[in-house]
Each structure stands twice: as C-alpha cells, then as structure tokens.
Design a protein around this ligand. Structure first.
Ligand code: F6P
Length: 344
C-alpha cells in the first residue's frame, strides 16, 4: 500500500514520534510512506508530497515541532479545495491517509471519510480537548512547561510579595490551566468552563492577604469567560481559517492583571506563556503515546477501519469514530477543577 501522513493545526511536541511510528509500522509491512507537507495545504495545488524513508524518520523522536510542517489551512471552506484534495490523493496513488491533528484537522478527515476517502486520524492537541480519548499528543509537554514556569514564578512572586497572573493556552477547555496549575501549586485557576467575575477574583486575593499569604499566583486560560473583564475586541482579520478568534489578541492576562492592581492595590505582573507551551522536546508521555497512536493508526488501516482514530481509554489504545471525537469539545470535569480549589 501507499500510505500518506500529514500533521495539521498547531504544532506540539510528540508529532514526530507519531510520524516515526506510522512510517516504521508501514516499513515493517513493506508499504510506501508519503509525507504531506504543511497539513491540508500540502494536498492543494500541485501537492507538496515526498516519499519518507528510514533515514528521513530517524533521529526525530526527541524533536519538537513536526518534520512535515503544519498549517491551519481549511479545505472545507471551498468545494473546489475538497475536490483538489481528493484529486491529489488519486494522482499520488495514495491508498490511505493518516491525519494527525485536533478538532479542526480531524473534522476535515471526517468529511473526507464521508466522501469515500480512506482516512484514519491520530489525536493531537495540547488543549487535550478532543472527545472520546483521555489523551491527545502535546498535552503533557505543555503542562510540563506550565509547571516549570510556575515553579520559577513562585520564587519571584514570594520575594516581591506580588500577584502574578500567568496566561496559558486553552480556548474552550481549561485542561492545561487546571493540570498545570495543580502541578505548579496555583493559588487560583480560571478556566473557560467556569465563568467568574473580577470582584470574585479580587475578594479571593484579599482573603489570602488577610490570612498572611503575601503573594498569589493566578493561572488563567486564554479563553476564560469573565463578562466584566474588558478584553480587547478582536477584528475579523484575527480569525483563522476554521473561524476561531486569535485569543492571544484578547490580552486576557494583561487585562486581568491591570484590573486586579487597580481594584486591590496589590502590585501585579503578568506572564504570557504562549507558544513556549508548544515548543521543546516531547515528554515521556508524548513520545510514548505518539508512538502508540502512530502504530495503532497503521493497524486501523490494516483492518480497513477507516473513519476511526486510536484513542487512549484508561491505559488501553482503542479505536473510536472520528465523527464522535469531533462531535463536541471535551471540557474539564467540574469535580476535577474543584480538587484544585482545595489548595487555594
Ligand atoms: O492548537 C490549539 C492552540 O494551541 C490553542 O490553545 C491556541 O489558542 C492556539 O492553538 C494558538 O494558535 P496559533 O498557533 O495559530 O497562534
């Protein structure tokens, strides 16, 4: 068989582990592997597709990013583009496609499957918010960055007796904020799933001061819902091809820090972790799960289980339907969020 693999959406550590696993599993079966460059963009126009060999996937396990490149290109925006993707798959004689990505990338894969393309997915998003899987590649490495940042920020917050606001990624789901905040000992975690208001945040900080805690660290997810927080309005040019607003433009952390300082008088600073959360070497979990998912994706192709992706459930890798994985966002369980509250 000729199997193509692509990575779409935001990059993150662990993608190369998955690419390597797909390729090595195919080589073991004497199949040909083609690397599609830059996500769905690589299947438009003339196609940006190259054969992968043992050499091209060697020495990449420990590397962040993706050797294939990625993009947020959305071929579903134009029917002609969807047709061109299918034409290119035929032209390059691709028998099966492995799409590694999050909600956006896998929504395209799901649509292609409905159109008769033989495609399987691999769950990847540092937001960890795909349904039907306990884990998505990139999450653990991101949380590790948040934890290390909080460790560093603790010492400076304590030395200066300041409030430190740490903005982390997380559009609709606060997994990175909650898990990173739990691991790094945050004094307050604000996530999109649990709306709050500025007064409640300030009252919490004042209570902590009154109890003798002379510094506080707040972890805030960029997608937090605080109606009275006057975040910057986003303009249409700040919306990506899948219709998502560029949340970094909202300035949630900066606005929150300013308003806290104004309302409480506590000296406040902000750190925006941004793309640091998507960089660097993959953690053990991302290398191992990337590898397990990559191998399982090829197994799905062998079994003819198209329109599926491997998912982690407990410690088992099991097939789930792409349609179910992208049907809704896996948001943070409120009970889990409450666990962190115990340590505020
Ligand atoms: O891929 C998901 C994500 O990491 C979001 O949490 C974040 O809002 C977004 O990507 C940032 O996207 P970009 O890389 O396009 O700035």
């Amino acid at each position: 068989l000729r199997v193509a693999v692509l990575t779409g959406g935001g990059d993150c550590p662990g993608l190369n582990a998955a690419i390597r696993a797909v390729a090595r599993s195919c080589f073991a079966l004497d199949w040909t592997v083609l690397g599609v460059k830059n996500g769905w963009a690589g299947l438009l126009g003339e196609g940006q597709i190259e054969e992968l060999n043992r050499k091209s996937v060697s020495g990449i396990l420990h590397l962040g990013g993706t050797i294939l490149g990625t993009s947020r290109t959305n071929p579903m925006k134009r029917e002609e583009d969807m047709a061109q993707v299918q034409d290119n798959l035929k032209r390059y004689e691709i028998d099966a496609l492995v799409a590694i990505g999050g909600d956006d990338t896998l929504s395209v894969a799901k649509r292609l499957h409905e159109l008769g393309v033989k495609v399987v997915g691999v769950p990847k998003t540092m937001d960890n918010d795909l349904s039907e899987t306990d884990y998505c590649i990139g999450f653990d490495s991101a949380v590790q960055v948040v934890m290390e940042a909080l460790d560093r920020l603790h010492t400076t917050a304590s030395a200066h007796h300041r409030v430190l606001v740490v903005e982390v990624m997380g559009r609709d789901a606060g997994w990175v904020a909650v898990e990173g905040g739990l691991a790094g000992g945050a004094d307050l975690i604000l996530i999109p799933e649990v709306p709050t208001d500025i007064d409640r945040v300030c009252r919490h900080l004042e209570r902590r001061r009154a109890a003798g805690k002379d510094f506080s660290i707040i972890v805030v997810a960029e997608g937090v819902q605080m109606p009275d927080l006057l975040v910057r309005e986003t303009v249409p040019s700040e919306v990506d091809a899948f219709g998502h607003v560029r949340l970094d433009k909202r300035g949630v952390g900066e606005t929150l820090a300013k308003q806290i300082e104004k309302k409480t008088g506590f000296e406040t600073r902000v750190t925006v972790l941004g793309h640091l959360q998507r960089g660097g070497s993959p953690s053990v979990t991302d290398r191992v799960n990337g590898t397990r998912f990559g191998v399982a994706a090829v197994q799905l192709i062998r079994e003819g289980k198209f329109g599926y992706m491997p998912a982690l459930k407990g410690n088992k890798v099991v097939p789930v339907k792409l349609a179910d994985a992208v049907a809704r966002t896996k948001t943070v369980d409120v009970e889990y969020y409450k666990l962190a509250e115990l340590f505020y």
